[in-house]
Design a binder for this molecule. Structure first.
Ligand code: ARG
Length: 552
């Protein structure tokens, strides 16, 4: 139509959902876009467009708004027809053509060191992105790049030998952490300890059998406990391949770097990499003077291994913003090495603090994930009790765990990951805010209606829509687009925010429009909308790793 009326063919038409739902189902500034090209006034173009659009069968009404916007109301029939897309968006896409994989490197805690808040963030953000990518049919590989190599093992071996009161295989993760903390306290008084730790790690690197067994024992103890936390969080990986896995894969990279002149001799015989001036990056060590490799060296070997065995189209590292310099140096180094690279992205996230003082005053930003989940469970139970008969469940424990896990995860995922976030228990567990329980409760409400409705029948003869029906329908129709937007930006809060809006629009529809008591055909239609809402909420929540109950 644009081409015929205005001789404009090369406009990328923008479609928007009006902020105010009374301004139609869709809006477009296309008249403003065309006016730049044709020199005509946008208002005139918009008026002509409105005339032409009004003649279309699928359009109920079109209006000019503001300086040249066109607002469009679709016919109920056209809107309802599109609902099929929403149903499709709830099922996993199976792509015909097999594409190169997208790797997500996330969680990646450090063995024999405390699990930090940033690891919780990486774990839940990473898993939700993996889920969304898989759902949209991308070949996605989830990797836990454990920090399972480094001087901390030497320190721990020294600590166990000096102050341990039991054998390693009798130690819990807490015992190991206590030893780790003790080592650092004692090292402040006794300088020789650090050296002893380094020495022990060196022996481990050289293949000392006893230390190897010790290392394996520590990894096993940690991973056993981690596994139960991952289970509680609905997190799983395709590969758990930590830094130790690359111990024998670094030499080739070091040789190649030297050969290509990328790694140069630095002070005292260390090997360093210097970056081009325009990159503004400080030089980095690749191999220390004593021959030890570092985090960066292992990450270089990791990229090489991944590109040669997995051939990914992208690698996304879901890691704390505090490591920005590391990833800039890493990405620049691999470019300098001239490797054929996939898309590399550091998916950063900010700091998280707790509104609750007792959780934020801990030393060193260290918080035990298990304590957080247990606290969430306890608080959820209290909330369930408080609501008395308003919450229906035969399984208080199961519901409390579901709400608690949901509250923690949603509390993280509903915030823009690039900003610093504040976690607030009251908000996270509230029943009428932007929270997991609100989502879970709305899902259960829709499910209970479905149960009473006894089946969904075909929609027919809907020739007008109530304001709330139209609003809900339009929100449902956004689902597919929201999933793609979340995937493209790697921003889970886009999906979380959408689910919140859907709950809000469903609840306001529910409050304004009788469903089961409505006359036909409205009854069938409203049951249909309810059913679809429940499906979208469940699909979306599960992608965010959150479960929703059928009853609550
Ligand atoms: N273990 C690291 C840490 O806790 C995070 C690892 C991230 N992944 C990577 N390939 N560097 O700080």
């Amino acid at each position: 139509m644009l081409a015929e009326t205005f001789y404009v063919t090369d406009v990328d038409i923008q479609w928007e959902r009006p902020q105010d739902p009374t301004h139609g189902d869709i809006a477009t500034p296309v008249a403003l876009q065309c006016s730049k090209k044709t020199g005509q006034s946008p208002r005139v173009i918009a008026e002509k467009l409105v005339d032409a659009l009004s003649a279309e069968d699928s359009i109920e009404k079109a209006e000019v708004a503001g300086p040249g916007y066109v607002n469009i109301w679709l016919t109920p029939e056209a809107l309802i027809e599109s609902l099929g897309n929403v149903r499709t968006a709830c099922t996993q896409t199976i792509k015909q053509e097999k594409e190169a994989p997208i790797i997500f490197d996330y969680s990646s805690p450090n063995i024999a060191k405390p699990f930090g808040i940033h690891h919780i963030l990486s774990t839940v953000i990473g898993q939700s992105l993996v889920n969304v990518n898989r759902h949209l049919g991308y070949n996605t590989i989830a990797i836990n790049h454990l920090g399972d190599w480094g001087t901390q093992f030497g320190k721990l071996a020294v600590a166990l030998e000096r102050w341990g009161d039991k054998q390693l295989d009798e130690c819990s993760l807490d015992d190991l952490l206590a030893l780790y903390v003790r080592f650092h306290e004692e090292a402040e008084k006794d300088n020789s300890l650090e050296d002893a730790g380094r020495e022990a790690f060196k022996k481990l690197e050289q293949g000392d059998q006893e230390l190897q067994r010790f290392w394996q024992g520590v990894v096993d103890i940690t991973m056993n406990e981690m596994q139960s936390l991952y289970d509680r969080l609905h997190v799983s990986f395709d590969y758990t391949q930590g830094e130790s896995f690359y111990e024998d894969k670094m030499q080739v990279v070091i040789d190649e770097g030297k050969e290509k002149g990328v790694f140069k001799e630095g002070e005292g015989g260390a090997l360093i990499v210097e970056f081009p001036e325009e990159s503004n990056l400080p030089p980095s060590i690749v191999v220390k003077a004593d021959g030890a490799t570092i985090y960066l060296t292992r990450d270089l070997a990791t990229i090489l291994y991944r590109i040669s065995t997995i051939h990914p189209q992208a690698i996304s590292y879901v890691v704390d913003v505090a490591q920005s310099l590391h990833f800039k140096q890493l990405f620049t180094t691999v470019e300098m090495l001239g490797w054929e690279l996939p898309r590399l992205e550091h998916v950063v996230f900010g700091r998280m603090s707790f509104a609750d003082k007792s959780m934020s005053t801990r030393k060193g930003n260290i918080l035990k994930l298990q304590e957080v989940l247990d606290e969430a469970n306890k608080r959820a139970k209290a909330v369930i009790k408080e609501h008395g008969d308003k919450i229906q469940t035969d399984d208080v424990d199961g519901l409390a765990e579901m709400m608690g896990q949901g509250a923690v995860v949603y509390g993280v995922l509903s915030q823009n990951r690039k900003m610093d976030m504040v976690f607030d228990w009251d908000k996270a567990l509230s029943f009428d805010g932007n929270s997991a329980p609100y989502l879970q409760y709305t899902h259960a409400r829709a499910k209970s209606i479905m149960e009473k409705a006894e089946g969904v029948s075909e929609i027919d003869n809907i020739d007008s829509l109530s304001a709330k029906e139209r609003l809900l329908l339009n929100t449902l129709l956004q689902f597919d687009g929201v999933l793609h937007e979340t995937q493209q930006s790697n921003m889970p809060h886009i999906l979380a925010h959408y689910l919140y809006e859907l709950c809000r629009d469903y609840n306001s529809f529910y409050n304004d429009n009788p469903i089961l008591k409505a006359e036909e055909p409205a009854r069938s239609f409203r049951v249909h909308l309810t059913n679809l809402t429940a499906d979208v909420l469940k699909t979306g929540a599960n992608l965010l790793t959150i479960s929703v109950p059928d009853r609550m």
